[in-house]
Design a protein around this ligand. Structure first.
Ligand code: PLP
Length: 365
């Protein structure tokens, strides 16, 4: 099938660009002590994860949800899965215990509640589940305070039946949006000092800490180069998005939303068929890929099914023509789609299911 026959709106992956991104990351970690544990949440697509793992330098896969872990285990993508997130709420720990029977599983904990619920599920299933103590390194989200509180939780975990303490993690997400490399480096180092000083305290107490997991796309070669960090959880790098295209990063945009112009109600505007239900807009509106007749066009706003575009009055664009939008936030955008169209040149060579979108498999109670 030719690319211009794909029904729109559609997410289209440029395989060659994606493979270049995968190679850049694999080459970087091949030469380092730290390795990559690619974050599956960015794309939720087994075929992409297979290619990331095949490139080497990976310790396993990182996921954010139990649903993603279930899919990674079902597809037998890797030996070890890290749920780099707290899992609490009906059924989650028990589902994680099922995953732990299919692959080595590690889960982030940052409270007695997260530890106890996981231990309960592991004991009920008659298995052991690994944990990393999630240390707050500056992102105002999850994570226990560094130092004594984190060490106390690690100690409790090490004494809890059904639980195996494997180490610590800390995600410096507050640093990712800093475009300036020097400032990003400085803040990433500060964050990792919080994590690594906690790890030293854990080891001083005789606690096991073989995994120290951190990092993302914008710090992959900062955090990944810090002694003591054993793995980086980067996800966006594989396809990128229009927000993370920083000059110092070697990754390129490898996907776009293809849309069809539906209407040109006035000379200076048109509307295409990709709106809020086709892409996330929390990081702003998408850019428009350069196209004859669309030079200097900008997205004005998104509505449910439409993207309203401001056009130069002499634009030749007509209803029925196709455009490409460059989405600003990959993870929630891909989560809205059932499939990714994988292309080489202008040929669709494969259609990949976004197998782990959503939260549950079951459709009834
Ligand atoms: C805990 C955690 N680790 C890693 C990542 C991956 O970061 P990135 O998308 O920058 O690669 C995220 C992204 O939000 C995250 O929440």
């Amino acid at each position: 099938m030719k690319v211009n026959k794909i029904p729109t709106p559609a997410l289209v992956v440029d395989i060659a660009a994606m493979e270049r991104n995968i190679k850049h990351a694999a080459d970087y970690f091949a030469a380092r002590q730290s390795k990559l544990r690619p974050h599956f949440k960015a794309h939720k697509t087994p075929e992409i994860a297979r290619r990331q793992l095949a490139a080497g330098s990976c310790t396993g896969i990182t996921v954010a949800t139990v649903r993603e872990a279930e899919v990674v285990a079902r597809e037998r993508l890797c030996d070890e899965i890290l749920i780099a997130n707290q899992i609490l709420g009906p059924g989650k720990a028990d589902r994680a215990a099922v995953v732990a029977k299919q692959a080595s599983l590690i889960v982030a904990i940052d409270s007695d509640e997260t530890l106890d619920d996981l231990a309960r599920a592991a004991q009920a299933a008659g298995i052991e589940i690994g944990v990393l103590v999630d240390v707050n390194v500056g992102l105002p989200r999850c994570g226990i305070a560094p130092g004594e509180p984190a060490v106390a939780l690690a100690k409790r975990a090490s004494q809890t039946p059904g639980i195996v303490l494997r180490g610590a993690m800390g995600y410096e997400g507050h640093v990712m949006g800093i475009r300036d490399r020097t400032e990003r480096e400085e803040k990433a180092h500060k964050s990792m000092d919080r994590l690594l000083s906690t790890v030293r305290m854990m080891r001083d107490e005789g606690l096991r800490c073989e995994i120290v997991s951190a990092g993302g796309t914008c710090t992959f070669d900062i955090t990944g180069g810090i002694e003591g960090i054993t793995e980086v959880q980067a996800g966006t790098y594989v396809l990128m998005d229009n927000t993370y295209l920083y000059e110092d990063l070697p990754f390129e945009l490898a996907f776009a939303i293809h849309a069809t112009v539906l209407s040109r109600p006035r000379p200076d505007q048109c509307a295409a068929d990709a709106g809020l239900k086709a892409m996330a807009s929390d990081h702003g509106v998408p850019a428009i890929a350069p196209l004859p007749g669309m030079e200097d066009a900008t997205v004005l706003f998104l509505s449910d099914e439409h993207c309203t575009i401001s056009l130069p009055a002499d634009s030749t664009i007509r209803p029925g023509e196709r455009i490409k939008l460059l989405p600003p936030h990959i993870d929630p955008t891909i989560n809205m789609h059932d499939v990714l169209y994988a292309v080489e040149g202008d040929e669709v060579v494969e259609i990949w299911p976004v197998a782990a979108r959503g939260y549950v498999e079951q459709r009834s109670i």
